[in-house]
Design a protein around this ligand. Structure first.
Ligand SMILES: Nc1ncnc2c1ncn2[C@@H]1O[C@H](COP(=O)(O)OP(=O)(O)OP(=O)(O)O)[C@@H](O)[C@H]1O
Ligand SMILES: [Mg+2]
Length: 472
């Protein structure tokens, strides 16, 4: 269960306190207030806020001064600077000192909520303790890396070795094998555990903006660059940056990345002043980088720089012995404590190929808990969950992740048959499958398909289905 997160708002204006109460009143967060920087610094050790929002101009100690003192004692609590319109430059200065982001007053409420939600996620990533097998039970933790297979033992050994050094790490493995989890474990067990950890997903940010996200930009460096921007490397000085999907970097950004790894220096986009930072890099990819190197899509020198220590996460199908452990872990996590799986159900799970790896297994367990109500989960419940038909079960909508994959697969098959009218063909097969499932009961079939009985009847007529049902 996730505990409620705490927001500390530091502002000397009573109005601001009122607007925060109004804006966050219905949200599952605890609001705390301080009227000055001094008061904030005194109350932080007690309140242990997950996020601080602070005005930059207050009576007494300025926001910037407070920020610097706060960062010195605790670099893991993100700080969002609030500033009046027209004093943006002060907020940007604050970001050079490690502020997470800034907001202009009066607030644009959707933007405020979006930034707060993102900062709370970052905060949780820094604090949620990831534990793994050799340490389990020995210390408090929020999340576990599960697995006792030889491949996972090797992973734990490498995390342990990495925690004693400060070298760059490259995490590889298919989608859903736990790369991000391992990156956070390296951070939390390493020498920089008390410093900042920021993640950048290189595939999620459009190419044109990624360089600016990583290294910042100068005002006027491109159309739309109306202010200077401080990049993640600068914000993260002293800490750890997690570069997810590093295989997606363009060759131009790769060159900048190589330089920052070699010398710790970079320039903001459109800037000519070299800046120096001390940031530990953890990178991850599900692409085989060696083959990107041979295709000249990824720089060989950057590859060697990243590949100092490589942690490879084995796909789940190569460590089937871990399936039962993971099942137990996810049952507990998703409210199925005390439920057991019949041995045939475990066998069905062990026999599956798991293209989506641990993430897919977690989804299947969640779905199984929805499908099967008996204490002992049966093989039928598991196969219903594995088929991931995405239909509504007991009124609960099944997640759409596997549905997407299923749709992609169907589309790929269908492409080789140009005569096929895919949607009518699929629709027909779904109607047939539903009717067969319920022995031709149209009321039940319509319910399973999520359409009205009248619509179902039209489809049955159009596709001439009754006839087929009778013969099959
Ligand atoms: N060994 C494990 N034990 C427990 N949970 C795990 C394990 N591996 C992965 N998970 C969980 O599975 C989900 C996917 O893991 P994660 O996001 O780390 O995968 P990833 O390798 O980064 O995938 P992608 O390449 O798709 O980003 C997460 O919810 C994570 O907590
Ligand atoms: Mg990931």
């Amino acid at each position: 269960m996730q505990t409620q997160q705490t927001l500390l708002v530091v502002d000397d204006e009573a109005d601001v306190r009122y607007s925060f109460k109004r804006i966050f009143g219905g949200d599952p967060v605890t609001l705390e207030f301080a009227a000055s920087g001094e008061e904030a610094l005194l109350s932080i050790p007690k309140l242990k806020p997950d996020l601080v929002l602070m005005d930059i101009r207050m009576g007494g100690a300025s926001g910037l001064e407070t920020l610097q003192r706060l960062r010195k004692s605790d670099a893991r609590t993100p700080v969002i600077i609030m500033t009046a319109y027209g004093s943006t430059q002060a907020a940007i200065e604050a970001m050079k000192h490690g502020a997470y982001d800034y907001l202009l007053k009066p607030f644009d409420v959707p933007k405020l909520k979006e930034i707060v939600a993102a900062a709370l996620r970052v905060s949780r990533d820094m604090r949620a303790k990831v534990s793994f097998e050799p340490l389990l039970g020995a210390e408090e933790h929020d999340q576990e890396i599960i697995g006792r297979s030889a491949g996972m033992q090797e992973v734990y050994k490498l995390i342990g070795q990495l925690s004693r050094s400060d070298v760059t790490a490259l995490i590889t493995g298919e989608s859903g094998t736990g790369k991000e989890l391992v990156a956070r474990a390296i951070y939390q067990h390493g020498q920089r555990a008390e410093k900042t950890f920021l993640a950048v997903n290189c595939a999620a940010i459009p190419e044109a903006l990624l360089e600016s996200e990583l290294f910042g930009h100068e005002k006027g460096s491109f159309t739309g660059a109306s202010h200077q921007r401080i990049g993640k490397f600068e914000q993260c000085d002293g800490g750890t940056i997690f570069l997810d999907e590093i295989g997606e970097l363009s060759l131009a950004t790769q060159a900048k990345m190589l330089r920052v790894l070699q010398s710790g220096t970079f320039e903001r986009v459109g800037g000519n002043q070299p800046l120096k930072v001390n940031v530990r890099v953890i990178a991850a990819t599900n692409k085989p980088l060696e083959s990107s190197v041979s295709k000249k899509e990824f720089r060989e020198d950057l590859f060697y720089r990243l590949n100092v220590v490589r942690i490879h996460l084995p796909p789940l199908r190569e460590r089937k012995g871990d399936v039962a452990l993971l099942v137990e872990y996810f049952l507990n996590k998703h409210g199925g404590r005390g439920r057991a799986l019949q041995s045939a159900a475990i066998e069905a799970l062990e026999a599956h190929g798991w293209p989506g790896n641990v993430r897919e297994l977690e989804n299947v367990i969640q779905r199984t808990l929805v499908v099967g109500k008996a204490v002992a989960i049966r093989a039928e419940d598991v196969s219903a969950a594995l088929s991931g038909a995405g239909r509504s079960v007991s009124g609960v909508q099944v997640g759409d992740v596997d549905f997407q994959e299923l749709a992609r697969q169907i589309f790929r098959w269908a492409r080789s048959n140009p005569k096929l009218k895919l949607i009518p063909a699929m629709e027909r097969e779904l109607v047939v499958a539903a009717l067969q499932e319920v022995n031709g009961n149209q009321v039940q079939a319509a319910k399973l398909l999520g359409i009205t009985r009248a619509t179902l009847r039209k489809r049955v007529d159009r596709f001439g289905i009754q006839h087929q049902l009778k013969v099959s």
